[in-house]
Design a protein around this ligand. Structure first.
Ligand SMILES: [Zn+2]
Length: 119
């Protein structure tokens, strides 16, 4: 079922491109698929088939150029990976408890970073 609807979306996107729309690097706030800019400048979601108004378009562009947050996010993601590997390797309950706690903290931080990037 999923595949069928994907095919429809791809077809719609292809149609938009044929009509002269351009693919932007912005994502739809509803379905997070890439947005198109129509000839008249309207941002359009090919999946939802509706006009999208991005209020913070300029801010988002600036945020994309904020390497501090991206770097922090990447660092935290790397920690999640290494903690997960450690949890896999140990059978010591106490150790697992500590690692899981640490993992929890990092995931919380990641959530915060993601929220800050979004807001
Ligand atoms: Zn959408």
């Amino acid at each position: 079922m999923q595949r069928k609807s994907d095919d429809i979306h791809i077809k719609r996107m292809a149609d938009l491109l044929r009509q002269g729309a351009t693919l932007t690097d912005l994502a739809c706030p509803v379905c997070s698929s890439p947005l198109f800019r129509l000839k008249d400048g309207t941002l359009w979601c090919g999946v939802d088939e509706k006009k999208v108004i991005i209020v913070k378009e300029v801010e988002d562009a600036e945020k994309g150029a904020n390497p501090a947050m991206d770097k922090l996010e990447a660092t935290l993601m790397a920690k999640v990976d290494s903690l997960q590997a450690k949890i896999e390797q140990t059978d010591n309950a106490e150790e697992i408890g500590k690692l899981t706690n640490a993992l929890n903290e990092i995931l919380n931080s990641l959530e915060k970073v993601k929220r800050m990037k979004k807001s």
